[in-house]
Design a protein around this ligand. Structure first.
Ligand code: PGA
Length: 264
């Protein structure tokens, strides 16, 4: 596990975009797992900028979004399809046929649909690089606390904390979705490389539990301790409760010296 500590969210956005662009340069047909949410807006802004200046070409990249709300049409402004379209796809050259986002408008046959999403990931050769945010309750994707660490793409009921965090995005009188279709923790752990970003003090408790706490289904992101190639990219407030910060900084310096490839 690598823990990269940055001062603010601007530096996080830039470095995350550099890591993603670097991975695409190394493998132009990269299979990329995409995240959404407030933390990702700046990352996509930086990726779009890199694309517009000719530094990254998405024409062969294949993408899989982590999740979608159940019951929202794709056109709804709070759907994650809409988010990704608005902040990323419409500005870059990912081929429409290479974009995969769970369909939040399906009714019934959820298991079959979720299995087909897993199969599509497999058919694309598996996810090379998975981008992740983290919830205040430690969720990755919409794998709420007590999700099985072996879970695969499935229908998931959202926790009260997630509903509260998301309520502000929906209009008064509008019913916010209670469920989502999300990749599972087992799905995420199969990605070859994982990059998790967290900014702000509201994530500090989830971050210290995920990195320095025990592996437990009570904190889904703690399962990342089982993955051989995961990087946490954190700003100072999100990292503020970590007890081993000096060690993480030394690890990073030595990694840059001895195995710089691990950082790109
Ligand atoms: P946020 O969401 O970036 O909007 O904080 C992160 C998440 O819940 O995964």
């Amino acid at each position: 596990m690598l823990v990269i500590l940055k001062r603010g969210s601007g530096e996080i956005d830039e470095q995350a975009a550099q890591i993603l662009a670097g991975a695409i340069k190394k493998k132009p047909a990269l299979t990329l797992g995409l995240a959404t949410g407030g933390t990702m807006v700046g990352v996509y802004e930086n990726l779009v900028r890199l694309h517009k200046t000719g530094s990254v070409d998405f024409s062969q990249v294949v993408t899989f979004n982590l999740y979608e709300y159940l019951g929202l049409p794709a056109s709804h402004p709070q759907s994650f399809r809409h988010f990704t379209q608005k902040h990323f796809f419409r500005h870059v050259n990912v081929q429409p046929g290479n974009i995969h986002i769970p369909d939040g408008s399906i009714r019934g046959n959820y298991e079959q649909y979720c299995e087909s999403y897993e199969q599509a990931i497999c058919a694309a050769g598996g996810i090379d690089l998975q981008l992740l945010g983290i919830g205040r309750n430690g969720h990755i994707g919409f794998n709420e606390p007590t999700s099985s660490l072996a879970s695969r793409t499935r229908l998931k009921v959202l926790s009260r904390e997630t509903l509260d965090d998301n309520a502000k995005f929906f209009g008064t009188g509008e019913e916010a979705p209670q469920c989502a279709i999300t990749m599972g923790i087992g799905t995420i752990l199969k990605a070859r490389k994982i990059l998790l970003l967290a900014t702000g003090a509201s994530k500090a408790a989830a971050i210290v539990k995920s990195i320095e706490g025990p592996v437990t289904s009570a904190v889904s992101a703690s399962a990342l301790q089982l993955h051989p190639d995961v990087t946490f990219l954190l700003d100072a407030p999100a990292a503020s409760r970590l007890t081993q910060r000096e060690y993480y900084e030394r690890v990073l310096k030595m990694t840059a010296l001895l195995t710089p490839d691990r950082l790109s």
